[in-house]
Design a protein around this ligand. Structure first.
Ligand code: F6P
Length: 359
């Protein structure tokens, strides 16, 4: 048996722990393992395919990033190509990818990725490739699994920032607006904001009214709490308004959300008269050592993915359905993206402990 492993989409802390667990579990079954570099690009002749041995995965479980590198471009079904006049056209090169995998003698692929890579994996499965998926994203927006690895680390990074912002905001009687990642889901903002006792949390699932945000800040001010911490998910948007986009995506890349914390800070300062600062936490949330929780989850996912390959569960992905890891059809996980449920107890508790969602 010869299997391959690839990591696609944005990196997330824990990828190396999945790779390590999958490689060791496979080798201990007597299988051979290949690493596809840079997502599917390695199977399109644009990067390397390397053997993965026990030595290649020694001492990597605690490292952020991915030893296999990754990309959020290069969907084989919409592969970008520059033509003579410089225009970019997209072509379906999935057959070529499948042929290349066959040529390498790959019996099965473990594809570690978020919704983008899992969608590609599903389409390749429909064309006969034997793939097991492993869900990965700091955003926690994949359905069917209670959580994805990388999320806990991102929440802890945001939490550390919120803790640090509290002391400086309080010292200066300032409002500080922190923008965190999450795409169209508010999990990172919600979890870090509640754990970090933020005063306002703005998430895509609950459109906000800036006047309500300012009411909260002013009511704190009247109560002698002259500072406030506002945590904003990059995909949050005002009631009746639109998400904020950073307009420089490259061909084949998803739209980039963000850039809303500075305009929100300006509005808060204008309406409340309180000195307001903002910062974007950005890619710090994707880097660094995975937390113990993420490392364990990633390791369990890696081992479970190999068991799913042994059970020939093609088109399935591993998922945490506590207390077990199960294999579910990728299609079922992709049907609906996971979003914060505004009636969830975390939201209710946040409201009951005085946090405003600006609604
Ligand atoms: O999906 C993970 C994520 O970090 C999102 O939270 C964020 O919107 C996006 O990726 C950023 O992508 P990039 O690294 O391409 O800017």
């Amino acid at each position: 048996m010869r299997i391959a492993i690839s990591t696609g989409g944005g990196d997330a802390p824990g990828l190396n722990a999945v790779i390590r667990a999958a490689v060791l579990s496979a080798i201990n079954r007597g299988w051979e393992v290949l690493g596809i570099k840079r997502g599917f690009a390695g199977l399109m002749g644009e990067d390397e395919v390397v053997p993965l041995t026990k030595d290649s995965v020694r001492g990597i479980a605690h490292l952020g990033g991915t030893i296999l590198r990754t990309t959020n471009r290069g969907n084989p079904f919409h592969y970008p190509r520059k033509i003579a006049d410089g225009t970019i056209v997209e072509e379906d090169r999935s057959d070529e990818l499948i042929e290349n995998a066959k040529g390498l003698g790959i019996d099965a692929l473990i594809s570690i990725g978020g919704d983008g890579s899992l969608t590609i994996a599903k389409l390749l499965c429909d064309k006969g490739m034997k793939i097991v998926g492993v869900p990965k994203t700091i955003d926690n927006d994949v359905s069917g699994t209670i959580t994805t690895f990388g999320f806990d680390t991102a929440v802890n990074t945001a939490l550390e920032a919120i803790d640090k912002l509290h002391t400086t905001a309080e010292s200066h009687d300032r409002v500080i607006v922190l923008e965190v990642m999450g795409r169209d889901s508010g999990f990172i903002a919600l979890h870090s904001g509640v754990a970090g006792t933020a005063d306002v949390i703005l998430i895509p699932e609950i459109p906000y009214d800036i006047n309500k945000v300012c009411d909260k800040i002013m009511s704190r001010d009247r109560a002698g709490r002259h500072f406030s911490i506002v945590v904003v998910a990059e995909g949050a948007y005002p009631l009746g308004g639109m998400v904020s986009l950073i307009g420089d995506s490259l061909p084949g890349q998803a739209r980039r959300l963000g850039g809303l914390c500075e305009p929100i800070a300006r509005e808060i300062q204008r309406i409340t008269g309180k000195e307001t600062r903002s910062l974007v936490l950005g890619h710090l949330q994707r880097g660094g050592m995975p937390t113990g929780y993420d490392r364990l989850l990633a390791t369990r996912f890696g081992g479970s993915a190999v068991r799913a390959v042994a059970a020939r569960q093609w088109g399935h992905m591993v998922a945490l359905q506590s207390p077990h890891i199960v294999a579910i059809p990728i299609e079922a996980a992709l049907r609906e993206p996971k979003r914060v449920d505004p009636t969830h107890d975390v939201v209710l508790t946040a409201r009951e402990t005085g946090i405003s969602f600006g609604d």
